[in-house]
Design a protein around this ligand. Sequence first.
Ligand code: FES
Length: 248
Amino acid sequence: MTLTLRVWRQPGPQTPGRLVDYTARDVSPHMSLLELLDVVNEDLTASGEEPIAFDSDCREGICGSCGLVVDGVAHGPKAATTTCQLFMRHYRDGDVITLEPWRARAFPVVKDLVVDRSAFDRVIAAGGYVSVDTGSAPEANAIPVPKDDAERAMDAAACIGCGACVAACKNASAVLFVGAKVGHLATLPQGRPERERRVLAMVAQMEEEGFGACSNEGECEAVCPKEISVTNIQRLSREYVRALLRRG
Ligand code: FES
């Protein structure tokens, strides 16, 4: 089939961008969207033009690198699907697919479809880890974790940090991401000794990075490729208030 890719081209952070059309012929329905971009880039390179810059790594829906706004939706029209797992069989001959970068103040455009997501790294560095010495991997039953807690923690840990929640939110809020990380660690015994310090530091860093506040729109959960629940936002609020009260 033949598709038109309408792609945001922006040479650099300070340069104005614009949408540019590229025609892709003989598109296989088995191609992913990123593979289609690869093919378009091969043609651009062959004709001496600048290839389209975009992020990817695992291409298996695991790493969270491949954030694109596809036809106005973060990660595109398929629910619970990352951009790298979006296949051309969902499109028809003659379709136009519009590709844009994440749009958020805390994720400035670097080039074309690539944005700087290091704000998430700094939020994690502020406290999204366990620094107590947990030793090597313990025997599975050495630290009993109730089944419900284990499942809640696993669900939250599924967050791949892609930033779709921020891109979809009209406030560019990161509370779903931070809530998933805080909730994951606060639920497990290994993460509890630092839970107050962690939530206060991560929320402070989130605000410093320029992410917006939550106004309960639910767009974050709707676009999340890992279906992270907004109950993690409620958990973040509870953890934050608890930490404030304990700090006194
Ligand atoms: S490239 Fe890793 S999640 Fe898409």
